[in-house]
Ligand binder design. Structure first.
Ligand code: G3P
Length: 212
């Protein structure tokens, strides 16, 4: 399973890319606002650092404006993937950009039917928002499982990138289901690398080395 960093923070991208931990980067407007980052200021640099696809969100909400913005974003760097929310205009824009050979990432996928529509439109990636779904009482991982079954039924090429990941269990379950990718914040990369038992035994072994 590929692992993407969900961040607009250049330092986070640099650190995790240098560690060889990431296959690419995704961003959303809330992350840009949190770090007070202007997308156009950081996008080219993040693309250089990321080593893989970089999903850049569109601001526009109407299909022709999304298409114009998508074309402009795609010109910034060959790694850019245009990130577009799933709604009627978004799906129309995804289909248009796909026809032009511009890669897209359908986001805010809230159901298996959303996933079906994104794949039919030709999205390269689609992100079910697992954590946000669970906040509404829906099993986000069940939506992922349904999407995998539907994509297998029809041999869609769209990659399922599980997003809105909140816990290490989400990562593990996404991998067990066979999702293509997960995108998550830096803290989760760190959380899944640590285990209290491994750390306790390693402390014991380090002490043993000193006694030798
Ligand atoms: O693609 C949408 C995803 O980035 C949302 O993540 O953490 O705001 O729920 P989050």
């Amino acid at each position: 399973m590929k692992m993407f960093l969900d961040s607009a923070n250049v330092d986070d991208v640099r650190a995790l890319a240098a560690a060889g931990a990431i296959d690419g980067v995704t961003m959303n407007p809330a992350l840009l606002a949190r770090d007070k980052v202007i997308l156009e200021d950081v996008l080219a640099m993040i693309c250089e650092l990321a080593g893989g696809p970089v999903s850049a969100p569109v601001r526009a909400n109407e299909w022709e404006a999304i298409v114009r913005e998508g074309r402009a974003l795609a010109k910034v760097h060959e790694r850019v993937v245009v990130k577009i929310p799933i709604h009627a205009d978004g799906l129309r824009a995804i289909a248009k950009l796909h026809a032009e050979g511009i890669r897209t990432h359908a986001t805010l996928c809230c159901s298996a039917n959303h996933g079906l529509l994104a794949a039919r439109a030709g999205a390269d990636f689609v992100s079910p928002i697992v954590g946000r779904l669970e906040e509404t009482g829906v099993s986000g991982l069940e939506v992922v499982a349904q999407m995998i079954e539907i994509y297998d039924n029809y041999e869609f090429d769209t990659q399922i990138m599980v997003a809105s990941v909140r816990t290490p269990t989400h990562v593990q379950e996404a991998a067990l289901l066979g999702a293509d990718a997960v995108t998550m914040p830096r803290r989760l990369f760190e959380a899944i690398a640590h285990h209290p038992l491994a750390e306790r035994v390693q402390s014991e072994f380090l002490a043993a080395w000193k006694r030798l």
